[in-house]
Design a protein around this ligand. Sequence first.
Ligand SMILES: [Zn+2]
Length: 372
Amino acid sequence: MKIPKTADIVGIINKIAPVSLAETWDNPGLQVGDPTAEVTRIMVALDPTPAVINSAIAASCQLLVTHHPLIFKPLKSISTATPLGTSIQKAIKAGLSILSLHTNYDIARGGLNDLLADKIGLSDCLPLKVTTTCELVKLVVFVPVDYIEQLRSALFPFVAQQGNYRDCSFAADGIGTFSPLEGAKPFAGTVGIMAKEHEERLELLLERAQLPRAVKALLAVHPYEEPAFDIYPLLNEGEKLGIGRIGRLPLPVTLAEYVNTLKNVLSAPALRYVGDPETLISKVALCSGSGSSLLRDAVRSGADLLVTGDVKYHEARDAEDLGMALIDAGHFPTEIIMVHEITERLGRALVASGYTDCQVEACRTETDPFNI
Ligand SMILES: [Zn+2]
């Protein structure tokens, strides 16, 4: 029986939504709890509300994973006179850790904005506002000819995708030399005698963030006692990641038709929109949650429409003035979709890591705070 610790789940979530992608004002990560505690039951929810925390405790969970962080601003006190203080105290007393994702998950590939784009029928999506350009490095490793396939297989999971191409590498063969000294246990050759080995020079392009894991994988499979490898910084720009998405509908539809489609696919009780209902929509910008600050980015990117939540009156007026159609689908309907997705992805990742005795469940009691 292999039971994960809170820190192991933090590691899994960090692969889905690397904390390094988060906006600077944000506070994702472990909010409350013990990184070394064992976790056999996890609940996933949108908000760490008192009701959700109670549900997680009642379901005997040791970890609650939420989209919105419990703690945003630095705390000056933890008093049970406030709902936040009570939540923190209750969670600690019950041995419930709370882990949040947030803007790192919005921005990540396959994250909440991609999930929303998929849900509302968009394809060929790009970030609406770039926040991160992935730094690239080149890893060059010299390996005996017979070991190159094994090394390629170990390193390919870390290789950067180039457009629609993955598993990109280059190899050329040559002769490596080395003289093992006293105390060495060489894979080939004899102590005190210069050896000449037929080696391959394998070149791979990696995102900088993948480098530590790639080097660990290299060291695990390379047969040499002292593997020779080089890491080159590059001026090439990697993939651009960012907040919001812009994509295309398969066929143009009127704004009125699209409003109805969104109401159904997002199970939204009501949608507010700005613009002529007969306007044809084909290029759509979106931002889950609160994204009306991206209105001008949507205009610049040539979108016909921005789909988001939390739109204020003057922002609706701005959209009207700019001639940009706008749909306020609500914060909750555009983000609650993450609960099912993270429950599924976390469940699969736990099984893949051999943690078969840890269960993940979706919180089923959350509702939109707004009644219509
Ligand atoms: Zn949100």
